[in-house]
Design a protein around this ligand. Structure first.
Ligand SMILES: Cc1cc2nc3c(=O)[nH]c(=O)nc-3n(C[C@H](O)[C@H](O)[C@H](O)COP(=O)(O)O)c2cc1C
Length: 183
């Protein structure tokens, strides 16, 4: 699949078939994350692939939040939990000096690599950021010092996803040379 086609095809999917995902595809998706760049090559990302139905049900019913309860994740065959292990000294010092949380950037890049690889494999995905991380950590035995920032739902789409969400035009997001000057 051409790269532009992958970008065009990717859309958040919230309705999934129960068909399981091959272990080799799960590994291919995680390999795509492994190749991602990271600040000082610190590779602080860690991932948990959750396929156990009972665990997914538990996460759905106990680790979501009101307002956006994400009930649709109950049917998802695979949840990837995006974690960061921050006891890498270079990462902590760098963030303290610049005030930039590099681990969040690193995790975002790695997980979007996963999204694009999954799209290439014909799978649907959706980022999930609206959850209770303390409850999630308890369910999955994630140690206290590990940060959890995001989840990905991955599976075979049940139906054609609804129409694409709109995007701002390029002249609203891209400036030339200085802030505010149109490109
Ligand atoms: C960091 C992040 C967190 C998100 N959290 C959720 C979520 O909790 N539930 C949900 O249904 N969609 C979630 N989304 C998906 C966005 O709503 C979606 O990407 C956006 O509306 C654009 O639509 P598209 O992905 O179909 O292009 C999240 C996306 C990102 C990048």
């Amino acid at each position: 699949m051409k790269f532009d086609h992958i970008l065009e095809k990717r859309i958040s999917v919230r309705s999934y078939d129960s068909r399981p995902i091959d272990k080799k595809d799960i590994i291919a998706i995680c390999e795509a994350a492994r190749l991602a760049p990271s600040a000082c090559n610190s590779q602080t990302w860690r991932f948990i692939a959750v396929t156990d139905r009972q665990s997914i049900r538990k996460i759905c019913h106990e680790a979501m939040r009101h307002v956006i309860p994400n009930r649709w994740i109950e049917q998802v065959p695979l949840l990837i939990i995006g974690c960061s292990q921050l006891d890498i000294i270079a990462n902590r010092i760098g963030s303290r000096v610049t005030g930039i949380e590099y681990y969040q950037i690193d995790l975002g890049i790695a997980m979007e690599h996963m999204v694009l690889k999954a799209t290439e494999l014909g799978l649907g995905t959706c980022w999930i950021g609206w959850f209770n991380k303390d409850k999630l950590k308890k369910i999955l035995n994630i140690p206290k010092k590990i940060k959890v920032s995001a989840m990905l739902a991955i599976g075979y789409p049940k139906e054609e996803p609804s129409k694409k969400r709109p995007r701002k035009p390029i002249n609203k997001i891209l400036f030339s040379e200085k802030w505010g000057k149109s490109f």
